[in-house]
Design a protein around this ligand. Structure first.
Ligand SMILES: Nc1ncnc2c1ncn2[C@@H]1O[C@H](COP(=O)(O)OP(=O)(O)O)[C@@H](O)[C@H]1O
Ligand SMILES: C[C@@](O)(CCOP(=O)(O)OP(=O)(O)O)CC(=O)O
Length: 481
């Protein structure tokens, strides 16, 4: 993270972008970077400092009937390719397309049982697409879990079986992810562009990855969380359950907050279900609330619904009752002039196995671990406090703030201390850099203890080199890896 006196600040993003174009509900959500709180945020008592990115993931929902009117309706799935679902009435089909990937079209049938409860089953999208045991082989657990949970909720908002009685129509859904969610090194090479921010800005929007979703190189911005959340938002908006999420008017405030909470609950549940585990959920939270300080919900909020995923009433009750959700979103201000830059190292690590090793070490060494957790937590908290103090100065004394960050932006961190005319802003920036170094060394200790490469030595060299560049105030390996 670097500071600059000239450039515009990491702008406070409008978290939800929503538009209705030709009766299409479009919702987009940002990706995330966990700046502080990796591993600790898995416990409800510890905070995570998460920043929303300007890379966004879009979901657009449109009813086929509306498309028909304009002669744009997609081809229907041939009936003889349908799965045989006995005793159920098929009421609608949903086609989901993620056009930046190979093999990224999924068709679902929506069925209604005798109690007007909904079932969703994936359809064979083309003859011969049979996997084992006659099931479609090209599945997308995140999409399927999201469609199911969201439609369960809409259908059970009250006793009127809203969705069924509103005669659910065929839907077409388009997903589109900003390029930063996936490594673009190949696309840059092919076009002879340099591997820099400038090179990336010359790529076409929503570049085709020339991969399937299984073998694409992700950059760690939380594509699944942003996808699930935008899909929940666009479906709820399409069926009129949530309103204009970007409304800034005071009279809409309470409704917007309630709508966001509902989107949050459904998204956390569907994301955990698709992942097959209850993670901390900071990625879903930042897809909804952007940058903030996060405390997780207790896993037992969704435990029952996780174990009974086809119980539509239970799933709906769990998501609709916001009072049982004990997650906490605390506002954080990113100091003006701060710029977050990410380097794509074109590879990722396996977060779940790292997490399980860390948890095992903590369990086997409770005393040592609790001391380390406290130290890391206090240091993380100081980062949040310094951000706040800097933001406050920028408002109360903008001139001295700008002068401080302008001086620091021209020099490497190691030279800041040697400046004779340091002001409060500079002192805080110096402290911030030092605090961030402390977190790195504490995490290194945690990694060494639990035998997890939290900051491998190659990354240490990279980060140290970054800290030598003018204006760099914090450097780190974000999140868990
Ligand atoms: N653009 C997209 N279109 C459709 N599905 C997507 C998209 N991006 C992510 N997903 C879903 O999310 C999964 C990746 O999730 P995960 O491995 O948890 O990555 P991340 O850490 O980026 O969230 C994919 O296999 C796919 O099911
Ligand atoms: C270790 C963690 O606290 C943070 C992991 O953060 P990442 O940003 O690395 O996450 P992924 O994109 O899922 O790999 C685990 C958690 O909080 O769920």
């Amino acid at each position: 993270m670097s500071v600059s006196g000239q450039t515009t600040s990491l702008k406070e993003m409008q978290v939800f972008h929503l538009a209705r174009v030709n009766l299409m509900s479009i919702v987009s959500c940002p990706g995330k970077v966990l700046v502080a709180g990796g591993y600790l945020v898995l416990d409800q008592e510890y905070q995570g400092l998460v920043v929303g990115t300007d890379a966004r993931l879009y979901s657009a929902v449109q009813s086929v009937a509306d498309l028909d009117k304009h002669g744009l309706a997609p081809n229907h799935v041939p009936a003889d390719n349908l799965q045989n679902i006995s005793n159920k009435q098929e009421v609608a089909r949903i086609k989901v397309v993620s056009a930046q990937f190979h093999e990224a079209v999924w068709n679902y049938g929506v069925y209604v049982d005798e109690k007007s409860e909904i079932e969703i089953h994936q359809l064979f999208d083309q003859a011969g697409d049979n996997g084992d045991e006659g099931k479609p082989k090209n599945t997308n657990r995140f999409i399927e879990a999201t469609l199911r949970a969201t439609l369960f909720v809409i259908n059970n908002i009250d006793d009127s079986k809203k969705l069924v009685s509103s005669k659910l129509k065929d839907l077409r859904i388009i997903l589109a992810a900003d390029n930063d969610f996936y490594s673009q090194s190949q696309a840059l090479k092919e076009r002879g562009l340099p591997p820099t921010t400038l090179g990336l800005s010359n790529l076409p929007k929503f570049c085709h990855t020339k991969c399937t979703l299984t073998n694409v190189n992700k950059t760690g911005l939380g594509s699944s969380a942003a996808m699930v959340t935008s899909l929940v938002g666009s479906l709820l908006h399409h069926f009129g359950v949530v309103g204009n999420l970007s409304s800034q008017s005071d009279s809409d405030k309470a409704k917007v907050e309630a709508d966001k909470a509902l989107i949050h609950n459904i998204s956390q549940y569907a994301h955990c279900l698709a992942q097959g585990k209850i993670g901390s959920g900071f990625d879903v939270s930042s897809a909804i609330y952007g940058s903030h300080i996060y405390n997780r919900f207790s896993p037992n909020v969704i435990a029952d619904a996780m174990g009974n995923e086809s119980d539509a009433k239970l799933v709906a009750k769990t998501c609709l009752n916001s009072s049982i959700w004990n997650n906490k979103v605390t506002e954080v201000k990113i100091p003006p002039g701060f710029i977050l830059r990410l380097a794509d190292v074109d590879t990722g690590s396996h977060t779940p196995s790292m997490v399980s090793k860390v948890i095992r070490w903590r369990k086997n060494n409770p005393n040592e671990a609790s001391k380390l957790w406290e130290k890391i937590s206090n240091t993380n908290q100081r980062i949040c406090e310094i951000w706040k103090e800097l933001s406050d100065i920028s408002e109360q004394d903008p001139e001295s703030y700008i002068s401080g960050i302008t001086q620091c932006s021209a020099l490497p961190y190691s030279k800041w201390k040697t400046q004779a005319d340091r002001n409060k802003t500079m002192d805080l920036l110096i402290e911030l850099g030092g605090t961030c170094k402390t977190v790195r060394s504490l995490l290194k200790e945690l990694g060494d203890n639990s035998d997890v490469p939290i900051e491998p030595s190659e990354q240490t060299r990279l980060l140290d080199a970054c800290m030598e560049c003018p204006g760099v105030v914090m450097a780190g390996v974000p999140g868990g890896n």
